[in-house]
Each structure stands twice: as structure tokens, then as C-alpha cells.
Design a binder for this molecule. Structure first.
Ligand SMILES: [Zn+2]
Length: 225
């Protein structure tokens, strides 16, 4: 029986015409396939996504670190205060990165510092899509099965327990609760709108108190008239 080998590469073209290759994964199979060995396994798929994400995120962070080295107001080169380690958590894995710390420019003395790329990591480095996926499923099922399902299917880092799912969902809820009227489209006054029908095919209602936790899972059908 012969071995078949696939090497999956990430080819980066960060400057026109200059490409660099990194091997992301190596997939090996016997030349006799059965159902279980046809195509990628779940684990191989997760590793592949995580490796591609790590390669792309590290390159983007490095490029942004260079871009912010120059003051956007006077173009002076900013002094570096070194790097600090941070994690970017996404649906395609957690990526450890080094974020460059820069001194504020002397031309900005006394004025608030502009929001930089590093601010994203100061806020926890959670990708909006990870917050979205977590909150979406946490609205439908208890936190622990949500954590188990997400980590079964995605190479997601740091969401393997109910506490993380709970905290992330609470942050999304807080963000929504804090939306101000300016964030909403202006209502059209005195306009007669046709009836709006809302359908709910399920929900998960939680108690406010953590212990003992009492939840119930209603299934409703609203029949429009
Ligand atoms: Zn400046």
C-alpha cells in the first residue's frame, strides 16, 4: 500500500510580486480510502483553520505595528516602549501575538491619545465573530453544552467552559443594553406601518441567580390571524 501526501501551504503576497510560503499542514493517507479517510477529518480541519488564522493574524499584527510607528499628525517616528504579549481569540483559534507599545508623540502633549490598534487587545482581543457565535448559541441552550459544541466544531481557544461562554454572552448583552438612541435609525413619525408578525420558535429563559440555577426552555408558536 502506498502513502499519499498533501502539503497545505499558505502563500503570502504582502508586497506586490513578492510571495513567501509557509507549510500549514501535512495530510497523509493510504492509497485505499474508506469513508473515514476520505477528505479531511474534523481534527485536521480544525488544525488547518487554526494554522491559517495564526499565519494571517501574526502578519497583520506585524504590519499594523509598523504602520502605527509614525505619528498621524506630524509624521514623526514614535519611540518604541517594547512589546507586550497578548492573545487574539477567534472562531479559528487563539493566536498569541506581540503588540508594540509606542510613546505618545510630543505634538499630542495634553491631548487624549488616539485609539490605536493595540486598544483592541486591551479590551480582551475577542473577535466580534467569536462573541457573536457564542452569544447566539448561548441564547438557545445552557452555557456548558454551548462551550462543548463550539469547541467540538471549531478550533476556538479559551471557550471550553461554561464560565467563558457566560462572561462573553454577558458582555454582548451589556453592549446591546448600552446602545444609545443615536445608534438606532431615526423613527419615522406618524407613519402607518402594516402589522408586524413576530415568530418565536424557541428560547431559553435563565434565572438571574447563578446557584441554584433554574432555567426553562419554552417552545412557543404564535399563530398570526
Ligand atoms: Zn506628532
Amino acid at each position: 500500500m502506498a502513502k499519499l501526501i498533501w502539503r497545505v501551504k499558505l502563500v503570502a503576497e504582502l508586497e506586490p510580486g513578492i510571495a513567501s510560503e509557509t507549510e500549514l499542514a501535512r495530510v497523509e493517507r493510504d492509497d485505499f480510502a474508506v469513508e473515514e479517510t476520505l477528505g479531511l477529518t474534523l481534527d485536521e480541519g480544525k488544525r488547518l483553520m487554526a494554522a491559517a488564522q495564526a499565519g494571517i493574524v501574526r502578519a497583520e499584527v506585524a504590519i499594523m505595528g509598523e504602520r502605527f510607528r509614525w505619528c498621524e499628525h506630524c509624521n514623526a517616528k514614535l519611540l518604541s516602549k517594547g512589546y507586550y504579549p497578548a492573545s487574539f481569540r477567534s472562531v479559528f483559534g487563539s493566536v498569541d501575538v506581540r503588540i508594540r507599545r509606542l510613546r505618545a508623540c510630543h505634538c499630542r502633549a495634553g491631548r487624549p491619545e488616539p485609539k490605536s490598534f493595540a486598544a483592541m487587545f486591551a479590551a480582551g482581543g475577542v473577535a466580534p465573530e467569536l462573541a457573536y457565535v457564542t452569544a447566539k448559541f448561548a441564547a438557545l441552550a445552557p452555557f456548558a453544552p454551548v462551550a462543548a459544541m463550539i469547541s467540538e466544531l471549531l478550533p476556538v481557544g479559551g471557550a471550553a467552559n461554561a464560565g467563558t461562554v457566560r462572561n462573553r454572552t454577558m458582555r454582548v448583552g451589556l453592549k446591546l443594553a448600552n446602545l444609545t438612541a443615536e445608534d438606532l435609525p431615526a423613527p419615522e413619525r406618524n407613519v402607518v406601518t402594516p402589522a408586524v408578525i413576530v415568530g418565536l420558535d424557541g428560547g431559553y429563559v435563565r434565572s438571574r441567580h447563578r446557584r441554584p440555577e433554574r432555567n426553562f426552555n419554552p417552545h412557543l408558536t404564535l399563530q398570526p390571524r
